[in-house]
Design a protein around this ligand. Structure first.
Ligand SMILES: C[S@@+](CC[C@H](N)C(=O)[O-])C[C@H]1O[C@@H](n2cnc3c(N)ncnc32)[C@H](O)[C@@H]1O
Length: 374
């Protein structure tokens, strides 16, 4: 087993290079994910995370010798997670990159028709290449394509020089009109000229420089937990598998919109060029309290059918009243014989919340950990 210190600090092992793969809203701090897995499970156990995000819980489980299963509805989080668990061979990823690059000039006309936002965000060479990637990468079904796509997503936007775009935050895609106005106001209407092929090959070489991570059989399913858990539960019962640790952080009611905040990355995955609204009930901001409650009730209820009687349920959530009270009520209902403990994490200068870790500076009431054990 690789020393934990080496994974949590620095980039000297394959595990540490892939562990941090993909910036994501409300992501678990890495050391927290490893600590919880170590403390509440042992090698060979089964771990589940029904709201997996970029899959730090699942990755920590896999690296620490647990069989881990995640479910994630957002394709951006799902791709980061599934790729870090099992990146394709580097040679195949580079071959696909070269193929796409060689096709970029077929996209000259399509590029000319793109809205102003894209023409200021990316130089012509980058935009043609992205259009080629968007059209040709079979990221849902092919490992090399998924790996390449997730690397493109990661570097799609960021500070000038650190990503493929004009100046933008790395974590969150800013609105189209807001960005255009901001670039104009700051005299930044010319995107940086760069060679996307060379840029991405350098990033691939760095990521694979220490090899691929060693992860015990683990996976992340792309879909809605409320549906996927029905099949998972049936299969687990058939194969006599029970999970020892449920380790998750559900969406926080009314706080964020995982789809709108990632709209540019979702465009690269084939989504709309001009995002309008995100009304799908699990894809927008969770403002409808009844639907939010039903989602948690459904998901934790289904999870309870696959947990061992002596399992641990570890849930990190928002301290705000509705989210916290609903989560507590639902967990007590589905795990009535477990003992409940709460760790409050008041906001302080030193403790960053998950949302602050991602760069969200707004004042938040903080997060709380709910732990149920037997
Ligand atoms: C607080 S985030 C989890 C972050 C994660 N712990 C990490 O370290 O990246 C909650 C996640 O739940 C996902 N989600 C929301 N509704 C879902 C559903 N019905 N099924 C599966 N995932 C869902 C969101 O897309 C989001 O990625």
């Amino acid at each position: 087993m690789i020393a934990l210190e080496k994974i949590l600090k620095g980039f000297e092992t394959a595990e540490s290079r892939w562990a941090r793969f993909g910036p994501y809203y409300a992501m678990f701090p890495l050391d927290f994910a490893f600590d919880v897995v170590k403390k509440y499970s042992k090698e060979g156990d089964y771990i589940i995370d029904p709201f997996a995000g970029r899959c730090s819980s699942i990755f920590a489980g896999g690296v620490l010798g647990r069989n881990s299963l995640g479910i994630e509805i957002n394709p951006v989080g799902w791709l980061y997670g599934s790729v870090k668990l099992k990146p394709a061979d580097k040679e195949n990823v580079i071959d696909r990159l070269l193929e796409l690059y060689s096709k970029r000039n077929y996209y000259g006309q399509a590029m000319q028709r793109m809205p102003e936002f894209y023409r200021i965000c990316f130089c012509d060479e980058v935009l043609k290449f992205l259009l080629s990637a968007r059209k040709n990468l079979d990221w849902k079904n092919n490992d090399a394509d998924a790996t390449l796509m997730s690397i493109l997503l990661l570097y799609l936007h960021g500070k000038i020089g650190s990503g493929l775009s004009n100046q933008m935050r790395m974590t969150k895609s800013m609105g189209m009109n807001y960005s255009v106005e901001w670039w104009k106001k700051n005299g930044m209407t010319t995107p940086p000229e760069l060679d996307p092929c060379k840029f991405i090959i350098d990033k691939i070489n760095w990521r694979y420089d220490k090899g691929k991570p060693k992860v015990t059989e683990s996976a992340v399913v792309f879909g809605d937990s409320a549906n996927e858990l029905i099949n998972i539960s049936e299969r687990a019962i058939k194969n006599d598998i029970k999970f020892s640790l449920l380790f998750t952080s559900p969406p926080y009611c009314s706080v964020t919109n995982y789809h709108a905040d990632q709209w540019l990355r979702l465009w690269l995955l084939g989504g709309s060029e001009n995002p309008q609204s995100f009304n799908d009930k699990h894809k927008g901001r969770f403002v409808n309290k009844v639907e939010y409650y039903q989602l948690l009730d459904n998901v934790f209820g289904l999870c309870s059918t696959v947990m061992k009687p002596k399992s641990t349920i570890y849930v990190r959530t928002d301290k705000r009243e509705f989210t916290l009270n609903s989560t507590l009520e639902i967990l007590k209902k589905h795990f009535p014989f477990h003992k409940l403990k709460m760790i409050e994490k008041p906001l302080s200068e030193e403790t960053k919340t998950q949302t602050q870790l991602y760069g969200d500076k707004a004042l938040k009431p903080g997060e709380v950990d709910i732990i149920l054990t037997r």
